[in-house]
Design a protein around this ligand. Sequence first.
Ligand SMILES: Cc1cc2nc3c(=O)[nH]c(=O)nc-3n(C[C@H](O)[C@H](O)[C@H](O)COP(=O)(O)OP(=O)(O)OC[C@H]3O[C@@H](n4cnc5c(N)ncnc54)[C@H](O)[C@@H]3O)c2cc1C
Length: 296
Amino acid sequence: MYPSAIQNYEAPDSVDGAMAAIAKFGDDAHFIAGGQSLMQAIKSRIIQPETLVDLQNVDELRSLEMAQGVTIGAMVRYRDIAANAGLDGRLGALRDAASHVGDRQVRSRGTIGGSLCWNFVSACMPTVTLALDPRLTLGSEARGRREVGIRDFLGEPMETDRQEDELLISIFFPEAAGRHGSAYGKWSLLTDGLPVIGVCAAVSLDDDNKCTSARVSVGGLETGPVRFKRAEEELLGAGFDDLKSHEGAISAAAEEAEIFDDITGDAEFRRQLIRSVGLKSIVKAFERAAAAGADQ
Ligand SMILES: Cc1cc2nc3c(=O)[nH]c(=O)nc-3n(C[C@H](O)[C@H](O)[C@H](O)COP(=O)(O)OP(=O)(O)OC[C@H]3O[C@@H](n4cnc5c(N)ncnc54)[C@H](O)[C@@H]3O)c2cc1C
């Protein structure tokens, strides 16, 4: 289907210009980043914007800085994240996810900011960031900039805390002393497709390789991604090679999850996927944390 007519197209080259453009055109204006989700909605006329504000020329949104933490601009593409070895270890889950989103075209156009703002029910980046716990910077012409934690940003599927005139500017992962590792894995009907189930684990280890903190999030659920506190608690104190504890923790998550049947898999199948995909993510996160230098 062809999109309905788009009246205005703006391509600002600065953050202030992008915020000004969206303010000028009001409710019927939409930002477009990589277009990998928005264009499908426009072509099927689910969304009929009068104005598109294209973010492609805003260089400030494309930067990925590693100083006192990691700051990723909203327009950083999956491809750039997948290629960045500096993210290994503590933020390894970002690379795991970005390397297996869709196909080469999707990874070359799609952005981390677009994925978080779209917040599709089973999408990878919302699940991963929920476990990695970054802070997001948003801005609007009317109210200036503000920061919000990822848990407060992500709402129900396809909803976020972003107001219509707000631009997502960047995603900030604070520096953390100690040894940390994270990993993300998914199972999809198609290779590198949207997950039926995706699991992210992020752990910290002490000098004896015992877990001092853990975050486990599961995506592919009707509710959108969810953190599993019981699994996180069960991992505390677990050793890096303590497979029994890792299995116990992810089984706790699988039992705790509110799971639905749909054409991609019934509830029991999904529960089993949480166990198998989740165990791999937990083991990988522990391995990465154990391999990390104490200064990471
Ligand atoms: C074939 C295919 C396979 C896919 N497979 C996967 C998969 O395996 N895993 C997965 O997670 N996803 C998958 N996706 C979805 C895709 O990853 C994302 O939805 C997409 O990358 C969104 O990013 P984008 O930059 O393209 O955003 P766009 O489509 O341009 O925008 C999405 C929404 O976010 C808003 N927006 C974008 N940037 C900003 C900003 N900076 N500030 C404010 N609002 C903004 C837009 O207005 C729009 O509402 C797939 C998509 C396709 C087409």
